[in-house]
Every structure is written in structure tokens, then in C-alpha cells.
Design a protein around this ligand. Sequence first.
Ligand code: NAD
Length: 318
Amino acid sequence: MRLLVTGGCGFIGSNFIHYMLGKYPNYQIVNLDKLTYAGNPANLKDLENNSNYSFIQGDICDPVMVNETMKKVDQVVNFAAESHVDRSIEDGSIFVMTNVLGTNTLLQSALANNIKKFIHISTDEVYGSIKEGSFTEKDTLNPSNPYSSSKAGSDLLALSYYTTYGLPVCVTRCTNNFGPYQYPEKLIPFFISRLMDGKKVPVHGTGLNIRDWIYVEDHCSAIDFVLHKGTSGEIYNIDGGNELTNLEITHLLLKILDKNESSIEYVEDRKGNDFRYSLNGSKLEKMGWKPKYDFETTFKQTVRWYVENRWWWEPLKR
Ligand code: NAD
């Protein structure tokens, strides 16, 4: 297997490359990453001398570069994206560029190069908010912010390449991930780093918004499963089964880091903040995949990782 991973220097991409090379030492992985502020080569430093791993710095919006890279591989997993909702609310332009145009550039090149499988990594946020129950893959998309809207656009484009041209595409939609190497602008590492520095953590609105959480390695194993067992043209929800309010997550962090309520600062709610994300993951479960890791254990391990690896996140906060 010669696999192109785009956005492999980011949070999930780097965990996925570690996971795949650990499980399949003979696979060849090419990582194409632009190295935006969120891309960090330090995440994959340990692979520098691995002859089955190579890195190319490049933009998924660049058709020449993408085409040259695509010639070297048989399968693609597309993680590359602008991924931070707050940044998209400030300015959505780069989100449209990378998430929509970049995905289209990859799809065009995948088609021209006869790619055998194209996994497009998406998010539960494309469905929008749900008060009760959980979204299935058949539900309509109703994204609320420029990030999730650009992801919804890229999902639909990916699926259209299957319908129109028969490109073997699968789309995965996963819930919130936690684990090592997550850029410290995202809730969990952001809060840990602030608490470690004796600062308050800003909780949006009432903090009662609900998110479902999955340990990043479970997300990686689900993508591996879809890569090998997924049917082309299909969408797969990946849920963690751990729905918690943002305030509950905050209290867990306070407890583990030996802090109290006084470290919380309630701030104005995020514009267009979705109340609850929830996925029905029974489609993948019926096929034989389910998350393996216990939430409490991996959550504590994740906090410990950030506590022990200040060298990794501190330079990113400057
Ligand atoms: P991230 O921001 O940590 O990493 C994104 C990576 O993409 C970075 O390495 C960056 O340099 C690279 N990149 C950005 N623009 C690029 C471009 N034009 N060309 C090439 N590379 C580019 O993101 P993440 O949290 O690892 O998310 C990865 C994917 O998973 C995204 O598509 C995201 O929508 C999706 N997702 C994330 C979560 C989550 O909880 N983090 C949940 C569900 C889905």
C-alpha cells in the first residue's frame, strides 16, 4: 500500500501516521502538508529515519504539486484543512480555499491518477445542532459556521466524484477528538496550558453546550477500518459515545490539575454556537468497528501528556 496522507503534520494526521506505521510497518506513507500554523513537523520527528515515510511540503490547492505527489500513491486519506471554528468566524476565506478548493484539487488529481481509495475526513459539525436523538448518515446537512459549511461543501464534492465519475470515495464524519499533539488553541490543550500557567479558562456562554468526545487513536482505527472495509460512495459516522457539556469537561480538567471553580471565567458565547452534536454510529458498529478506549483513562493520559510535554506546546503559544 502506498498511501498519501494530506495534513499529516496536524493533530489527527500525525496520530494517524503513527498508528498506521505502527500497525502496518510495510506500508509506504507520503505526507503532503503545507505547514500552516497548525502543521508541526515535531509531531513526526521520530519518523525522520523511517524509509517507509516521506514528507513533502506543499499546498493541496496547488494542482501541479498535488499531481506530482498523487503519481506516487494508490490511496489517499485527506485530513488537510483549516480546522478552527473561531478563526473561521473571524474570516472564512482560507477555509473555503483549503477545505473546498483544496479538496476539489485532490479529487481531480485522484481521478486522473486512478486512485484506488479516497477517504475524505469530515466532522459531525456538518449536520449542525440536534436537541434530542442523534444524526444518521442519511440526515441532511445543516452547518452553522464557515468552518462546518466549508467542510460540508467538501463532503458533497467528494461524494459527487463517486456519483459522477465513479471515484472510490468514502466520507467519514467524526466527533470531537482528544489526545496528544492537538494545537493548543483547541479547548482541551488550551485549557490545560492555561491552568498549568495559573491562568483562568474562558468558558463560552453557560458552558452547557454538549459535544461527544473520542480518543484520537479510536478515530485513527475507524479510518483504517473504512480504508480497508468501507464501500465506495458511502458516508460513515464515527462517534465516541462520550457526550459531555463543555462545563463537565472543564470540571474534569480542574479536578485532574488540582484547581477549583475560581479558575473559570465565563465569557460571551461563540457566535452561532451549536448546542449539541450527536452522531448515531450504528452503521460502522454493524460492520464490526467500535471505539476501544475508555474515556476516563485516555482523558487522564491526555492531560498527563500535555503536563509532561510542555516543550511541545509552549513554543506554539508564543
Ligand atoms: P489540524 O488543524 O490540527 O491540522 C490540519 C493540518 O492540515 C495541518 O498540519 C496543516 O498544516 C495542514 N494544512 C492546512 N491547510 C493545508 C493546505 N492547503 N495544504 C496542505 N496541508 C494543509 O486539524 P485536525 O484537528 O488534525 O483535523 C484534521 C481533519 O479532521 C480536518 O479535516 C478536520 O475537519 C477533521 N476533524 C477534526 C476533528 C477534531 O476534533 N479535531 C473532528 C472531526 C473531524
